[in-house]
Write a protein of this length. Structure first.
Length: 316
């Protein structure tokens, strides 16, 4: 039954959009700090300052004239990701796995001609993929190779881990798994799977696809429940550090696990969605209030905040 997971939503403390906006985003996220997370170039610079690893930037295109040096910047890189600095929800991102005379080979196997490639970059610069339609810059960065662990529960694409951080405490997490329906993108609105993760153990719990509870990936047929996410403690610490990095008190932290480099910070979001509650079959509101009840003001280090969270939020 559609939205069956919301049965008893009042009892599990579901956080609604209006309350999220008024009591958490507006209260804890100063607008002046939004550019730090809305612009991926600024986010990467901030992460570097705090020794948080991110995908390597190969080239940044700020103006059409910068495209003249793109071939030189990519001469040692056949694989790369092209994305808008201010994009959201995966909009405008294209992954390339090879280059040949005819153009650039996309992850799907289709070839994008040089003319189409340049046209896409022009679209990014014009702001058609950016938040608010503002003029943007294009980022060319290293391609992520996901950990082999996820191969059996992913259709193409790269799964990512979303962690909600409140006042520096990582309170809830899920992994987003690409499907055929999502065209290989880890975007729940486009049809990706959201699987809740137990904060204490890093093991996947409930999984949801198209608002229905599932236990197996619709394309691969393999189980989604009970997966042990590697590097779990270190990812929680990275997520917790986002509080000091940005000064934002309510934030979504997106990470990926590269087979060679391990956990990488993909991006930050000052307006994280609420689907994570569906994936976890648990409400955010109770956990946010638990943090407030325990700490009127916290001077804990990120590692200490993670320890408190792991002891406080058991499997529900």
């Amino acid at each position: 039954m559609k939205f069956q997971i919301f049965q008893g939503m009042d009892d599990i403390g579901i956080l609604g959009m209006n309350r999220r906006n008024a009591e958490y985003i507006m209260r804890y996220n100063a607008r002046a700090r939004f550019p730090l997370v809305d612009n991926k170039v600024l986010t990467k610079k901030l992460a570097q300052k705090f020794n948080v690893p991110t995908p390597e930037i190969y080239y940044v295109i700020e103006h059409h004239g910068d495209m003249a040096e793109l071939d030189k910047a990519l001469e040692d890189h056949k694989e790369f990701a092209l994305k808008p600095a201010r994009g959201s929800g995966g909009s405008g991102i294209i992954l390339f796995v090879d280059r040949k005379k005819e153009g650039f080979v996309r992850q799907s196997g289709a070839t994008m001609s040089r003319e189409e490639f340049n046209y896409h970059i022009s679209g990014i610069l014009s702001g058609i993929y950016s938040l608010g339609g503002q003029e943007d810059v294009a980022i060319v960065e290293s391609l992520i190779h996901p950990a082999e662990l996820f191969a059996e529960v992913t259709y193409r694409g790269v799964p990512d881990i979303r962690i909600i951080v409140y006042r520096g405490f990582p309170v809830m997490a899920m992994i987003r798994l690409p499907t055929r329906a999502s065209d290989g993108k880890a975007n729940i609105h486009a049809g990706a799977i959201g699987a809740g993760i137990d904060i204490k153990t890093g093991v996947t719990l409930t999984a949801v696809h198209r608002s229905k509870v599932i236990t197996h990936h619709p394309d691969t047929g393999n189980t989604i429940v009970g997966i042990n996410i590697p590097y779990w403690d270190s990812m929680l610490v990275v997520a917790s550090k986002a509080y000091e990095m940005t000064g934002l008190g309510y934030i979504g932290v997106d990470l990926v696990i590269d087979i060679n480099r391990g956990p990488l910070l993909l991006e930050l979001n000052a307006r994280p969605g609420l689907q994570i509650q569906i994936a976890n079959n648990s409400g955010l509101l109770k956990r946010l209030r638990s943090v407030d009840d325990a700490f009127s003001d916290s001077n804990l280090e990120p590692e200490e905040r993670v320890m408190w969270v792991k002891e406080s939020f058991k499997i529900t």
